[in-house]
Design a protein around this ligand. Structure first.
Ligand code: ATP
Ligand code: FE
Length: 339
């Protein structure tokens, strides 16, 4: 029976319907209320979710051709995310579950990103290596049967998406900056700036297992701008695309390098790249190129399923239900949930 999924962890109100092993509908109502604030304002986000959640659920049901009475379960994101935003989705999901007498399934947003590669074919075999690159996380994990995730590496400071957004802000681009950097990088010179690699050098010149640090990269761009002096605005204007290209290549090289290392060390030849930053053209192309060169299969979700959406929550819930897992109406929100 069809599953309705609701996702409200950050600033997108999303709902999706999954049935018969396929996606029936996926609706994302972007909140325009954060423009001009340079980031998400939590209070504005939860209010916008309150306004949008019912119409978004209705649109998902309508587009999916499913009536409330046909549903078999309701899935909802329980964390990580903004507490107030999570609670709006959770309350809506409980309302539907209680009203229609349906089982409730709580889903970890990060698990949702990981399983977003199962929304559409081609789907990876288990186990697979998963690079999760989003606005708040940068993780490399081994994903095995039974929702087992073994961490192989992570960022020690900023997430990759955060680095994109912060550098974009330094360059005077709107929030979220990732897509803008992506667009400008396509026509910039990646050799313009020599930026420090986010891969950390360890003892004896040996790298610690896949650890990354993005904060130095952002600082390097900040210093470059600070050193421009008097005609800063003009130079910045002329070289904005070049800085974007240099920055993007440095990030992509480090991420792809870590992935290649992980394939070599684990022998696992299936790699998924998920999360908002997996929408990046440079990263998508580089991962596919590395896969062809090193002989591993790559799985990158459609861009619509890279950034936040409810389809990934629905497919994760389908896996959980199939494994016999369901939650009660006492399900709570967990703003700091880990993978
Ligand atoms: P998390 O999933 O870690 O809780 P989140 O849900 O806010 O955080 P996502 O929606 O997965 O994050 O991803 C949003 C991030 O992806 C933003 O930082 C955004 O700039 C980045 N992003 C989106 N598209 C692109 C792109 N084409 N290139 C680079 N970054 C991008
Ligand atoms: Fe996300």
């Amino acid at each position: 029976p069809p599953i309705l999924a609701i996702e409200t962890s950050c600033d997108d109100t999303a709902a999706a319907v999954w049935a018969g092993g396929a996606l029936r509908s996926s609706v994302v109502a972007g909140q325009r209320v954060h423009e001009g604030f340079g980031g998400v304002v939590p209070e504005h986000a939860s209010r916008a979710h309150e306004r949008l959640v019912v119409p978004t659920v209705q649109a998902a049901l309508r587009e999916g051709g499913v009536a409330m009475g046909d549903l078999g379960a309701v899935a909802v994101t329980v964390g990580p995310g903004l507490a107030g935003s999570l609670l709006v989705g959770l309350s809506a999901a409980k309302g539907v579950a209680l009203g229609a007498g349906l089982p409730l399934v709580g889903v970890n947003h990060l698990e949702g990103h990981v399983y977003s590669v199962f929304v559409e074919p081609p789907r990876p075999p288990l186990p697979f290596l998963c690079l999760t690159v989003s606005g708040g996380h940068t993780l490399l994990t081994l994903v095995e049967e039974g929702f087992r995730h073994t961490e192989l590496g992570r960022t020690r400071d900023d997430a990759a998406g955060e680095a994109f957004d912060k550098v974009a802000k330094l360059l005077g681009l709107p929030y979220p900056g990732g897509p803008h950097v992506d667009r400008l990088a396509a026509r910039g010179d990646a050799d313009f700036l020599d930026l420090p690699s986010p891969r950390l050098a360890g003892k004896h010149g040996e790298r610690p297992l896949f650890d990354l640090s993005f904060s130095g990269l952002k600082t390097a761009v900040r210093y470059w701008i600070a050193d421009l002096g008097g005609d800063r605005a003009a130079v910045l204007e002329r070289h904005r695309a070049d800085v974007c290209a240099s920055f993007q290549r440095t990030v992509v090289d480090a991420l792809v390098d870590a992935v290649r290392d992980a394939v070599r060390r684990t022998g696992v030849r299936a790699v998924a790249v998920v999360g908002g930053v997996s929408a990046n053209s440079g990263l998508r192309a580089a991962v596919e190129r590395a896969g062809r060169a090193d002989g591993f299969a790559t799985f990158v979700p459609d861009r619509a399923h890279s950034v936040d959406n409810a389809a990934m929550i629905a497919v994760t819930a389908a896996f959980k239900l199939a494994a016999g897992h369901a939650d009660g109406l006492d399900l709570g929100a967990h703003p700091a949930l880990a993978l």
